[in-house]
Write a protein that binds this ligand. Sequence first.
Ligand code: PBG
Ligand code: ZN
Length: 323
Amino acid sequence: MSFPIERPRRLRRTQRLRDLVRETIVTPNDLVQPMFVVPGSGIKKEISSLKGQFHFSVDMAVEEAKDIAANGVPAIILFGIPSYRDATGSSAWDENGEVQQAVTAIKKAVPELLVITDVCLCEYTDHGHCGMIHEQQVNNDPTLELLARTAVSHAKAGADIVAPSDMMDGRVGAIRSALDANNFTDIPILSYAVKYASAYYGPFREAAGSAPQFGDRSGYQMDPANVLEAIREAELDIDEGADMLMVKPGMVYLDVLSKVKETFGRVTAVYHVSGEYAMIEAAAEKGWIDRKRLILETLLAFKRAGADFILTYHAKEAAGWLK
Ligand code: PBG
Ligand code: ZN
């Protein structure tokens, strides 16, 4: 069948028809809001590199979490900015750390909100790398124990899901064993399985004070040129016990997201990262784009490419539009 019998425009003619035949939808249930927790109290301070996003002290994070949940967002992911940094990143597993305190306080105040914790060391080390350093390189195997300790401390504080973002080899297995050994057999791991060494993380690193003090992350995060490697990374993490996979960044890695989802059929998330957010906000501020339409179109693209859910700085606001 072809033109003039077939006319695809017939199904585009009215809003009702378009609604009827739409293949993909985004709902608030698909969104996860990232949040940054800082030491202190009474703090809600806008992040200069991420306009519209804030540094929250624990008490203010609780208020924000209530607001996020009220908009219908099912989950948040927490990042901590610690009060001290050292060579091993020991504040990452401090039971009185910002993330640990925030998890406990938020779960108490808003029990229905899922709290995911980012498990990494770069915010906590004085050198800004995601693990222990040996001769200017991140030393993989000794780092695993520190990550596992961090994940367990998050679970003890009440985290619903832990999300390792460090890209060390073997970390999902190490975290799974440590969680299980501490009776957290029911806590899922959302693995940043496919995380590229990307320039799109710039605003986040400013927000978290986690930029590497020497070198870069190319020795552990993935080469943006590689997709076969992405499949292998995802496969390894599944074998080690990852419950969910993540691809990061999002917009310029939709091909990777689609392949990972299609290849494994596993729960696959995408991270719409800080640089992507910043580009949208900057263009909107200039008046060059229709901000709301652009955000919704972007979120839709992630779902269409296969994402089961989306970590995005637009989550709270977009959920407000969609609910
Ligand atoms: C920590 C981490 C980063 C992001 C999430 N977890 C930064 C990095 O790897 O340098 C980036 C998130 C964003 O850019 O929004 N490893
Ligand atoms: Zn890191």
